[in-house]
Design a protein around this ligand. Structure first.
Ligand SMILES: [Zn+2]
Length: 151
């Protein structure tokens, strides 16, 4: 227990994103554009997790995310949790929940969709938040969890 607390509070101010399945780590980094940031970022992957088997964790110094950014994480990993740290103390915990609509991130399942042929960013309406059903704004086709692929 002590060890876990230490991992979480290792940054002074910022955000810890925990309970990311290891294979989703780089997608989360991409969604939040962390690769372009100037802030100190630490991450660990293939850590032991009772819930997920192997998990990843990201710690970003001096970054606090908007709800709209946090909710985008739910598209790739609904299990993620965010802990907000100020002066080494946990001040808030956030759980991403799927947004009503979003752009980018996911490919439209329809091979004939304009977003798969032209330089058009996919745009989706979230029809079902429990088992991921995304309706394409352009072709109306539904992309489900089992047909989900990322840009
Ligand atoms: Zn489409």
């Amino acid at each position: 227990m002590k060890k876990k607390e230490l991992v979480v509070s290792a940054i002074q101010n910022g955000t810890v994103i925990d309970h990311i399945p290891s294979d989703k780590l780089f997608q989360v980094i991409k969604i939040l554009n962390l690769q372009d940031g100037k802030d100190q970022m630490l991450f660990g992957t293939n850590l032991e997790s009772q819930k997920l088997g192997k998990k990843a964790i990201i710690k970003i110094q001096n970054r606090f995310f908007e709800t709209s950014e946090i909710n985008k994480i739910a598209i790739v990993c609904p299990t993620a949790t965010l802990t907000i740290i100020k002066d080494y103390e946990v001040v808030d915990k956030r759980i991403p929940s799927l947004p009503d609509e979003f752009e980018g991130i996911v490919k439209c399942y329809n091979p004939k969709c304009i977003t798969n042929h032209e330089n058009v960013t996919p745009k989706f309406k979230v029809l079902d938040k429990q088992e991921i059903k995304l309706q394409c704004h352009y072709c109306q086709r539904i992309t489900k969890e089992e047909t989900l692929s990322f840009l």
